[in-house]
Design a binder for this molecule. Sequence first.
Ligand SMILES: Nc1ncnc2c1ncn2[C@@H]1O[C@H](COP(=O)(O)OP(=O)(O)O)[C@@H](O)[C@H]1O
Ligand SMILES: [Mg+2]
Length: 251
Amino acid sequence: MPVITFANTKGGAGKTTMALVVAGELAKRGFRVAMLDADPQQWVSRWMVRMAKVPKFSIIADIDADNIEKTIKDLKKRNDYVVVDLPGGVTPLLAKGLGLSDHVFVPVQGCALDAAGGAQVLDILKKLKSECDIHIAHSVALTRVSSIITTRALLAVKGMLAQQGVHVLATPLIERAAYRDMFDAGTLIDALDPEAVSNLAKAQDNARLLVDEIAQFAPVPVKVPKTAKSTATAKAKAETPRKTAAAKKAA
Ligand SMILES: Nc1ncnc2c1ncn2[C@@H]1O[C@H](COP(=O)(O)OP(=O)(O)O)[C@@H](O)[C@H]1O
Ligand SMILES: [Mg+2]
């Protein structure tokens, strides 16, 4: 099942926020989601302590370069999505985490200079391809975009990145109080109080659109329903002896 990773070597780029918003929305849609907290500061795991239990949503702490591969392998078997929140800095954990991903999202705040932290991630992805022949799909995901930014300004940023051959998600994560408040409240955005948080509905709409787009790049494989499968198997079994008998006659 898809492993989607949020990476930017700069702290404060918006990785953890976007990872939580995406993981929360996927869980809300009924997917089994495991979120890996690979940040040694364990923000997400500490936050989980206060979070009301969300069905099918688990947070796994204490991920490091030594255990990330096995942990992801195990979690993939039991979950529809594995969402990885990587720490800042250029570390062996970053390289391993990127290499184990099906799709890497690089949160970048508008055209600000944390794009440099994003560029470091893009460089590592390039090296994985050229030196190790490992191709990991990736997209820049704009975040903390002002709700009053003009479409034209946003298009200019996207155009600039596209010129460098970098794919950019069409849906940015807007700067919203809800995305900050979820940390203070220790909940996912859907559990916030709409009376107390301004523009909560807009924050939820934004999360929906972002996940709609992300799910196109990292779709969950469709399982053949058990009934159809067993019917097909039963049919095949039933037909086999007849074929064998016919074949024997022919021979
Ligand atoms: N879309 C957003 N709207 C409002 N605040 C945001 C948004 N994205 C990130 N932030 C805030 O920016 C800060 C850094 O974000 P965080 O996700 O912790 O970054 P990182 O994980 O890359 O270090 C946090 O205080 C967070 O609440
Ligand atoms: Mg973080």
